[in-house]
Design a protein. Sequence first.
Length: 64
Amino acid sequence: MPDVKIRCRPNGPLLVEGPISLTDSEGNPIELPEGKTNCALCRCGLSANKPFCDGTHNREGWQE
């Protein structure tokens, strides 16, 4: 089974690599963009495409 890697980008998203499944708070599946196995998850809470990162953190100057 392939490993799943999660990397935290400085002042950016969580980069997830590997076979994953995502569910919302009610247990409903969330489809990955374009059927990919890699994704960037929002950490700043500003994305218009939650739970995925859309780069808003850069435009808003979010830092953590």
